[in-house]
Design a protein around this ligand. Structure first.
Ligand SMILES: [Zn+2]
Ligand SMILES: [Zn+2]
Ligand SMILES: [Zn+2]
Length: 479
């Protein structure tokens, strides 16, 4: 196994051998030797900083580099630091001159999974979210959040931290994971904690302060109140103190037994700035990062989650976040970017309003739970997507525009065509696609289609939201 190991030094130009290991400098990660190594070793006592080296490895664009197993050489003193939790393994080389047996098999499993994903664009994987997804998909792990003061959000995921670098303004991994779960459904999240975050900047470090309701000062004195039964006088405890005993400042009698002579109702506050006396202060929160002051109820309450890759996510890790279906469709016809499509649509609405009886039709198509295709068919998903793509392309003419907002939602603009002219083709499409799905799958996704005339009162985002909300139920059309 030794020749498959490569020590990575944290400084440029340093390729001094490390004992009997070969080594490479951190700026040689693009080399053939680095690409073909099975494992990268980091030596915390070596030249340069092991954290920096790990960040450079995970920050690399090539999956052959950033997916590589990284093992930390320990020196007999377990530090238990974040670095140990961020790497794929720790090897105490003083105690075990040979690599521990579990390590070799783990590394081999990782290498096979990484190889399955290594096909990539020549420029590498440019999208951070995609690199993180691929990394997670090659490691069968649950990614647990860990409270930390080193990340502005207050939480980190140690193995994923090296992907975002070390500075304070780095992207927040937690938010990125949340979007991979909610927008792409490639992760499954489990509740781990609730936390407040600043509504302005997302920082998790908030100072909860009690302030004067009148002047807003935090310079307050809190005291217990004493209520003297006999004369009814109520004042802060400190006004009753005489040495070790309590005397009523109003009637000059001594107070001896709580519950008999006096009681202590709720506490009382005095503002040292404006001298106001009040029973209950207001609470505000001050952000440690942007320093803005906000009432707690206006701050964001976030759910911090642990994550695993969803079955859908393993496919996305292999084929790309932009989805297999979209790439299959794109081979057959031009898909316009959603923003561009909306501009065309607005222009068409204008034209239609201006030159009656011009008429155009918008068709929105939605697959509810399209991941079911990946779940049931795995690598055979492509064939079904090809068949659906054939049907879709059969109704769209050269002059029509097609767009997708994600791989579940497609929009087509049929120019110079009325609803009545479009409807037979749409009905046929719906029936054919529905049939394809039903034949291929035990739990087929539902395929719904909405048809709308293009005009001033058409708001495409509302149409899409309605269609997605209705999900599986059959959709009628607005006429
Ligand atoms: Zn005040
Ligand atoms: Zn009294
Ligand atoms: Zn803030």
């Amino acid at each position: 196994m030794r020749d498959a190991l490569l020590v990575v030094h944290g400084v440029p130009d340093d390729a001094t051998p490390h004992g009997d290991f070969e080594s490479a400098a951190i700026d040689a990660l693009g080399s053939e030797r680095a690409r073909t190594a099975s494992v990268f070793l980091l030596d915390p006592r070596g030249s340069g900083d092991a954290e920096t080296a790990l960040r450079d490895i995970r920050g690399h664009r090539s999956p052959a580099i950033y997916l590589k197993p990284v093992v930390l050489l320990a020196d007999g003193v377990g530090r238990g630091g974040a670095l140990e939790r961020a790497v794929d393994g720790v090897w105490d080389i003083l105690k075990n001159p040979e690599a521990p047996p579990g390590l070799a098999s783990k590394v081999e499993r990782l290498r096979q999974r990484a190889d399955a994903m290594a096909m990539t664009a020549p420029e590498g994987d440019t999208q951070l979210a995609f690199r993180i997804l691929r990394f997670m998909a090659t490691r069968e792990a649950v990614y647990e959040p860990e409270p930390t003061i080193e990340s502005p959000s207050g939480y980190r995921y140690p193995p994923l931290d090296p992907f975002v670098g070390g500075d304070v303004d780095r992207p927040d991994v937690g938010e990125l994971l949340a979007s991979l779960e909610s927008d792409h459904r490639v992760l499954e999240g489990q509740f781990a904690a609730r936390a407040y975050a600043c509504t302005h900047c997302g920082c998790g470090f908030l100072n909860f302060v009690e302030v004067c309701p009148d002047c807003g000062s935090a310079n307050l004195v809190e005291d217990e109140t004493v209520h003297h039964y006999r004369c009814g006088y109520v004042a802060p405890l400190r006004e009753f103190r005489r040495g070790n005993s309590l005397m009523c400042p109003k009637c000059e009698k001594e107070l001896q037994h709580i519950g008999v002579d006096y009681d202590k109702p709720s506490p009382i506050y005095d503002c040292n700035e404006c001298r106001l006396r009040f029973p209950e202060p207001e609470v505000t929160t001050a952000c440690y990062r942007c320093r803005r002051i906000t009432p707690p109820e206006s701050q964001v309450q976030r759910t911090i989650k642990s994550y695993v890759v969803s079955p859908f996510g393993f496919n996305a890790a292999r084929y790309g976040l932009d989805s297999l279906f979209v790439s299959v469709l794109q081979k057959r016809m031009q898909l316009f970017e959603y923003g561009v499509f909306k501009q065309f649509l607005a222009a068409e609405a204008n034209r239609v309003e201006r030159y009656p009886p011009a008429t155009s039709t918008l068709v929105v198509m939605y697959f509810d739970q399209i991941e079911q295709i990946y779940l049931e068919l795995g690598s055979r998903s492509r064939e079904l997507f090809e068949e659906i793509a054939v049907e879709l392309s059969s109704i769209v003419r050269e002059s029509d525009l097609l767009s997708s907002r994600n791989e579940s939602l497609f929009l087509a603009l049929f120019a110079q065509t009325s609803i009545e002219q479009v409807r037979p083709a749409v009905d046929r499409l719906r029936a054919t696609v529905d049939n394809l799905l039903r034949v291929a799958l035990k739990t087929p996704p539902s395929f719904t289609v909405a048809v709308h005339p293009v005009g001033d009162d058409l708001d495409v985002d509302t149409v899409v939201a309605e269609l997605v909300a209705k999900g599986g139920s059959p959709i009628g059309s607005r006429s």
